[in-house]
Design a protein around this ligand. Sequence first.
Ligand code: SAH
Length: 344
Amino acid sequence: MIKITDILSLTLPELREQMANLGEKNFRADQVFGWLHRQRVESFDGMTNISKDLRAKLSENFEFNRMTPVRILESKTDGTVKILYELKDGNHIETVLMRYEHGDSLCVSTQAGCKMGCRFCASTIAGFKRDLQPEEILGQLYETERVTGRKVSSIVLMGIGEPLDNFDNVIKFLTVLSSPEGTDMSLRHVSLSTCGLVDKIYRLMELNLGLTLSISLHSPYDSKRSELMPVNKRFGIDELIKACRAYFEKTGRRISFEYALIEGENDSREDAEALCKLTGGMPSHINIIPVNKIKERNYRSDRASARRFCKLLNSMGANATVRRTLGADIDAACGQLRREYETG
Ligand code: SAH
């Protein structure tokens, strides 16, 4: 058998099957899975109750790659840690650990770069390189817990990349993450953020995984949204909202809408009214985020405007809050760290 798969990417049934092909019994596969995802060994040699022969066989047949933290920025004010990881092929991705009252939340990347082209987003400007493999998404959790010594209690797929554009690998990641014999994270503690790939939202809905779907909306109008987010030309707002309704009806999970407030672009009273109308027909929550400044664009906003806009939405009956700003002293909008590192 040739070495193809990274062993961290395999679900337990897959690992059992592949190890059966090597003449090993299921309980051995279960032990190996535990070493990988519970004890979190860093190499095959760490699997101390597995014979040397089997460890050698595993390392002949599977890859076991690690990612290297090449920059670690730690906020002095609120416990946020931002880590730039280098992957085995030299690509870079970002991971952010945030501290909340209910526990630590990890924001993971799903692609090296992004193809979606949102005007305000640094990840897009830096260009798309490739999809991340399941083990590279999982590795962000394992390495970050190791590096920081902290325990992650929830995960948001909101880092670099469009998770639904890397659908199969993301689903595989979620399957391994929630495996009871491994990390055993309930997918109720996971949020997936998408710019709105409607066909994939339906596929996700059919899987009924219990995770929270976050929609990056940013404008209630097709013309403005298409200008800010080219994906809107493929899947317009009506189609998107229809998919959100269907998602709620099937899964019972309320939808979360992200709204990056940008001065003069999407912050008028009419915007607020249209936004309320659009999201009003289903249980939902709107997250207002003052747009994070990136140097290539003149987009701006501030917390006072975000609060004002949020109040306006509340007065119209919408369930909206302003997202807490974390790690302001290590400020680098998503994707900027990678870009600065790669362009020097
Ligand atoms: N591709 C996915 C997930 C990654 S982006 C998506 O589009 O949802 C994570 C979130 O950050 C999205 O809501 C995105 O619109 C938002 N975002 C990107 N750049 C931003 C910026 N400069 N300021 C505020 N939010 C931004």
